[in-house]
Design a protein. Sequence first.
Lengths: 112, 275
Amino acid sequence: MRGQALKGHLDLLLLAILADGAWHGYAIIDELRERSDEAFDLPEGTVYPALHRLQKGGYLSSEWTEVHGRRRRTYRLTEDGRGALGEQRMAWHDFTEAMSRVLKGVPWPDTP
Amino acid sequence: MARYALIDGYLDTMRNEMRWRRDLDDVVYEMEDHLYSAVEHLVTRGAEPGNAQRTTLDRFGEPKVLAAVYASTNNGGIAVPTRTTRQAGTFAFIAAGSWLAAAGAHALMTTFADQWQVFYGAFSALVLVGGVFTLLTMVGIGKRLGGLGAVGMIALAVAGLGVAASIIAWAIPFWMGLQGIGYLVFASAVRSRDTAPRPSTLAVASGFIIGVAVFIVANFAKIGWTDSYGDYPLAWAIGAATGLLILAGGLIGWGTWLRSEQPADIDIDATPIPA
């Protein structure tokens, strides 16, 4: 899926990945790609500004550790982040339900 | 840890593209960890190191585009230093000089009461010049921060009204108070971006407020002599000097910051994906 199609949904996806525990950036992106069966394959560098924005908003916390001689930042969901995940997930559910109701019964286009 | 020349070259490029960031080291450390992890992962799976680096960098993104994404704000602006913002730094110095000179003119007005009209004229003119250049500085700071939204525009309008009204050279303290409100609101918006030097922003926000507070205390304490209006000129002078010195200090800090940043060379037309 093209990155632009993910615009506006990236925050929810990142919060959802981090609901399982603390992850560093590379692992988050890898997990995002794996869970979506490689459908969500966006320029990896663009995920970090989103993580920073979520942290600035108080939805994530982070800490630095040293791994293999490199500094590594690990992100974790905060209580506010967990709340935001619940709200955004519910909104997404309502949205997809409504879309499905509208699209139900509309015939699929003929494949060329 | 094995070093990879292509990755290191890319990191150097990113350092240069985002050289104005205060958290540059953290951003680059995080990229370094990602890129090295990705290359090591591919090499472990049998990729040739050169190809692994190229694949990794291709997936990570173009440096200029990424720099724009990092600089993008929630309102869609791009917060980077430019030649305009550097010029705003010079305007900040001119504004600071004008405010300091205004404080001097006010002190002379108090000292040489028999020639107060001459010094009041100079004071009014300097307040006008200081106000105009402070407004230009604010516009530059707004651009540097990728726009400050409705709050920033309202603050500019309030401060601008105060500056425009001071042209009449009458009731100057009142119009300066209006400017002070504009500066306070503007500096609050600047503070929320956490990019400009905090002490300078605090000084711009609080200068006039502290000046007014000092005046009120000095007036209440009946410091000095009274003039024909029953006012205490020394209280006015102390309040004005305090407020203007603090404001000038803040503007010098802003000017130093804006002048210190090299204009960016990023792709400002890039469309960032995170929103």
